[in-house]
Design a protein around this ligand. Sequence first.
Ligand code: NAP
Length: 246
Amino acid sequence: MLVQGKKVLLTGGSRGIGRALVLGYLREGASVWYLGRSRGGDEYEGAAREQGLRVVFRECDVADEEALGAAAKDAMKEAGGFDVLVNNAGITRDGLSLRMAMKDWHDVIATNLTAAFVLSKLVVQDMFMKKIPGAVVNISSIVGVTGNGGQVNYSASKAGLIGLTKSLAREVAPRNIRVNAVAPGFIRTAMTDRLTEDQKKALAAQIPMVRLGEPEDVARAALFLSCDLSSYITGHVLHVTGGLGM
Ligand code: NAP
């Protein structure tokens, strides 16, 4: 088991990549606390029980800094500290730059970037104090590397997350805390479900592996970056894109 006995805090565990993360960490032996606006399926409790592990949901809107801080502190107190933090919650509010409402800019930056900073600050400080050799994994996106028309807010938030990852990685590396990012390409979740079948086919045609990714493809990369298999890797951005954007 890759993360046996570890405690993981993650955001946005209700569905999609977050669901694959919760089930992936449980399968590999970790207890999971997840923060979000809605809870995941009953399957989580079943998977935890099978392994004698815990899965705990704390309701909060990660874009609300105060609520996020309170929920994280509550979870840290209950868990007694986390070995792994995964900043996964994210939204899109697409539109062309020249027509983009400022609310769509601020909502995306608050959810995708500021929340990751708020949470990393709290959890990493706790790792410092408890001398935990921790791992932070930020779920960025390939469009944070390449840019994408119609997604100036989303791309900026995901590029910001990469800057945050590399800067924080430099600051905490001497304490044996590693900070990495995963940059998924197009993954089959609610976020991409709104595309038509024709749009999905056109997208797949641009991907060297000629298919969209699955949430589990991303969860496996996050697991790798959270465990000892990646013990000498920090400040890295791992593309999980089927070759898109290489
Ligand atoms: P998704 O199915 O839409 O899930 C998003 C998750 O984030 C949900 O659990 C949602 O929970 C949570 N969330 C959103 N806003 C929140 C808020 N304000 N407070 C708390 N939780 C919030 O999307 P996904 O595809 O799994 O995306 C997961 C991450 O991967 C995101 O950061 C996304 O940007 C990134 N990503 C996805 C793709 C892709 O192709 N799917 C590609 C690259 C990167 P509730 O709505 O239940 O609160």
